[in-house]
Design a protein around this ligand. Structure first.
Ligand SMILES: [Zn+2]
Length: 290
């Protein structure tokens, strides 16, 4: 890619090359992140062409989508089947009391607010839950998938889709004051099933209804996920985390579990053996894996 450099701008203490193909208005909007050396003008230009699927538009999805839209991604596709309820407002930052009172669709209310934040970004609200039947159309033209769901069957589906379509994805989940996240570059890093060969039983898995959830851990995990997506969309994969990050904000513990060698150590049913049963539909929330 040839970039014509017309002038050099000084922003704060950092000198950055200004790409003449980048609209001046956008440079103004993004000046504070473009002058960050890791991103730069070229990273911002690539981010502007990037397309993200944010699967789920609740607590994690609100922050991930909001961050990507404000950062200047090209397209953010948000997918969620639910309406806004009062109990969501404690942590789902894109919604307000009016949305809850009118039981607005989450994707509709979110899209309206995201467009107000940055009208230059294409926001695609899709009223659906990701399934093996719609996942291919949801992933069409997408460069990165961000997990903002609240259940493992959906994550196992995203993992299969990522492997089959060769699209990076970012796993993230929160419960109580704990959260974890891991970025998967298919074929290059460990996938979710390298870590967790079988899907936990839904009925045995605590949820935010049974175990509660605190807003700050959502903010931390969603922010990590959003920046991992920005790294991928801006072509800075060398900066992507190779760790499973586990954070407990209540007990003040942060663990980084190196997953670099995990893919070599396990005979993963998904990324090694190619058993993508969640993508084929032979495994689903109501059907135990074969
Ligand atoms: Zn794997």
């Amino acid at each position: 890619m040839q970039v014509e450099v017309l002038r050099v701008g000084v922003v704060g203490a950092t000198v950055v090359a200004m790409d003449s193909s980048f609209p001046v208005d956008d440079l103004g909007r993004f000046a504070r992140q473009v002058c960050f050396e890791g991103l730069g003008v070229e990273g911002q230009r690539r981010l502007r062409a990037g397309r993200a699927l944010v699967c789920g538009c609740g607590a994690l999805g609100s922050i991930v989508a909001g961050t990507l839209v404000r950062a200047g991604a090209g397209l953010v596709r948000i997918v969620d089947p639910d309406v806004v309820e009062e109990v969501n407002l404690q942590r789902q930052v894109l919604f307000d009391e009016q949305d809850a009172a009118s039981r607005a669709l989450k994707v509709t209310a979110a899209a309206a607010k995201l467009r107000l934040a940055n009208s230059d970004v294409t926001v695609e609200p899709i009223l659906a839950r990701a399934t093996h039947e719609n996942i291919f159309s949801l992933c069409e033209g997408i460069d990165v998938i961000v997990d903002a769901t609240d259940n493992f069957p959906s994550r196992f589906l995203l993992n299969d889709a990522s492997i089959h379509l060769n699209i990076p994805w970012i796993y993230g989940g929160c419960l109580g004051a704990q959260g974890q996240t891991m970025t998967i570059l298919p074929g290059r890093t460990a996938c979710l099933r390298c870590l967790m060969p079988e899907c936990p039983l839904v009925e045995a898995t605590p949820t935010c209804v049974t175990a509660g959830i605190l807003g700050p851990i959502v903010g931390v995990i969603a922010s990590i996920e959003a920046l991992e997506a920005i790294k991928i969309l801006s072509g800075r994969e060398e900066a992507v985390s190779r760790n499973l990050t586990v954070i407990d904000l209540w007990t003040n513990k942060i663990r980084q579990i190196n997953t670099r060698s995990l893919r070599d150590q396990v005979d993963c049913p998904a990324c090694k053996q190619g058993q993508l049963s969640w993508l084929s539909g032979s495994s689903s929330p109501g059907i135990l894996p074969e």
